[in-house]
Design a protein around this ligand. Structure first.
Ligand SMILES: *[C@@H]1O[C@H](CO)[C@@H](O)[C@H](O)[C@H]1NC(C)=O
Length: 479
């Protein structure tokens, strides 16, 4: 059977699309495309977003998964529009309040992102969990005691400090240098070789952001470190299901049955953690501090599951995915580099590839100001509206990471232990400043930072060595 008229049309269209987006693999073309979209589609925010996202399609393999199409992973978007060097360090970003008709301004230079992340009085929107209006979500998604999460509270809110300090006091694993670090353990039935096969396949076929296996390995160890419990195979499946049902509300897919299911799944995990040593300690200390113990436990499990682990989305699982993909992309180069200095290697993975959320999004603009974009366009941002930050763009700012020539290629290069290595902003505050705080409650140098900063690195290091075991035993079998 030959190709009919319709079939020919489809082939023609697909070829045209492949050619168009294939050309974007040529750096000069990508640059021109980004500039074109920024200059000519400004008036139609939805078209602007669609074209930016389409332009990222060739990067899906490099970034690893469907999330690759987001405008937060590719520092070229900033460089090609000269936003690192001209204007007020801002970029247009879709406004969750109305994606179709307006923008919010994202801070993208190191200086501007740092200014927001280090602002001791930074304000957040308490009615929203990421982009979700929590008050109108069906029951079950946010159980009693969960709201407001740490993400939603103003930086100077005493409730925020009190909650962080409770964790600081009862969860030794999140400290910078804990007395005891739990050893690595693979989840039931998982071998290092399984993980190597899984990542090798993902380099070719990045269908998910975080594969099921990486989610299992990360979550199992994360619960061991943070909550001092070993999840069973069934409990791991439930944890993943909880996050995947819950995260659908971010794209507007909430339902009565979804809320009910979330409540059931959350209860299983809550009972599990409550029975363990950490759960008991946390609830007791919370009551001593005048808080409701069970509510605090529920809140911590929610925060650590969504913002810490992240399921098939931003979080510690994704950061681990980025580490393993890098090791697998060129083991002969990266394995010795990892072994030489695993701590520096992991910091450089997080600086160059991120893993957690894009930044502090959204935060509330404090004062009305008129800004100039790199294109010369003048935009007024009003007090009370939403703003965004993109940490990964700040992490590539040539002014801090570009070496003597302040050059983007230098900033993009993977160099563990590079100068200014600890100035990246993925953990919200600069990493070097976070280390100055006496504990993870926070301090003036780093008023707001990721509570998992230290425990994440320890888990990634353990998983990195486990992975390398898998690579090396594979090598032996092939000899
Ligand atoms: C954390 O450090 C702060 C500042 O030194 C201190 O006030 C607080 O009690 C500490 N918290 C814990 C749990 O040790």
């Amino acid at each position: 059977m030959g190709c009919g008229c319709f079939c020919r049309l489809v082939v023609l269209l697909l070829t045209a699309l492949a050619l168009l987006f294939g050309c974007l693999c040529v750096p000069q073309v990508e640059r021109a495309y980004i500039k074109f979209v920024d200059t000519y589609t400004y008036g139609v925010p939805l078209a602007h977003l669609a074209l930016v996202v389409l332009g990222q399609v060739p990067r899906i393999w490099q970034v690893g998964g469907p999330l690759g199409v987001g405008p937060v992973w590719n520092p070229w978007l900033v460089d090609a529009t000269d936003a690192y060097s001209k204007g007020d360090g801002l970029m247009l970003f879709p406004n969750p309040d109305n994606i179709a008709s307006s923008y919010m301004l994202a801070r993208v230079t190191h200086e501007k992102v740092r200014e927001v992340h280090h602002n001791p009085t930074a304000k957040r929107d308490i009615s929203k969990f990421i982009s979700v209006e929590t008050a109108t979500s069906p029951p079950g998604y946010f159980a009693d005691g969960v709201l407001p999460t740490l993400l939603q509270l103003n930086t100077d809110d005493p409730k925020r400090y009190a909650h962080r300090d409770l964790l600081s006091a009862t969860m030794p694993s999140i400290a910078q240098s804990p007395d005891h670090v739990p050893g690595f353990q693979a989840p039931p039935g998982v071998s290092a070789q399984d993980l190597v096969r899984d990542i090798s396949l993902h380099l070719w076929l990045p269908l998910k952001m975080v594969t099921n296996l990486v989610q299992d390995v990360f979550a199992f160890n994360f619960f061991r470190h943070a909550f001092e419990v070993d999840l069973s195979h069934e409990e791991l499946q439930m944890l993943k299901e909880w996050l995947s049902v819950h995260s659908r509300i971010i794209v507007g897919l909430s339902s009565i049955s979804g809320g009910k299911r979330c409540a059931e799944l959350a209860k299983v995990l809550e009972d599990k953690v409550a029975a363990g040593a950490f759960g008991q300690r946390l609830m007791k200390e919370a009551e001593r501090r005048g808080m409701v113990g069970a509510d605090r436990l529920r809140k911590v499990i929610f925060e650590f599951s969504f913002a810490g682990f992240g399921g098939d989305g931003p979080g510690g699982g994704l950061a681990t995915m980025k580490l393993l993909r890098l090791l697998q992309s060129k083991p002969e180069k990266y394995v010795p580099m990892f072994k030489k200095d695993p701590e520096a290697f992991i910091l450089e993975v997080i600086r160059t590839r991120g893993g957690g959320g894009a930044g502090m999004n959204p935060w509330i603009v404090e004062s009305t100001q008129t800004h100039t974009l790199s294109t010369g366009r003048v935009v007024t941002e009003t007090a009370g509206s939403h703003g965004a930050t993109i940490a990964l763009h700040a992490n590539h700012d040539p002014a801090v990471f570009g070496g003597p020539k302040r050059d983007l290629d230098y900033a993009l290069a993977f160099m563990p232990g590079r100068e200014n290595a600890d100035r990246f902003l993925s953990f919200v505050a600069e990493y070097g400043e976070i280390k100055k705080c006496p504990n993870v409650t926070g301090c003036a140098e780093a008023p707001r930072f990721c509570m998992g900063t230290f425990v994440l690195q320890r888990i990634m290091k353990q998983i990195g060595f486990f992975y390398i075991e898998g690579l090396e035993s594979q090598g032996r079998q092939e000899m």
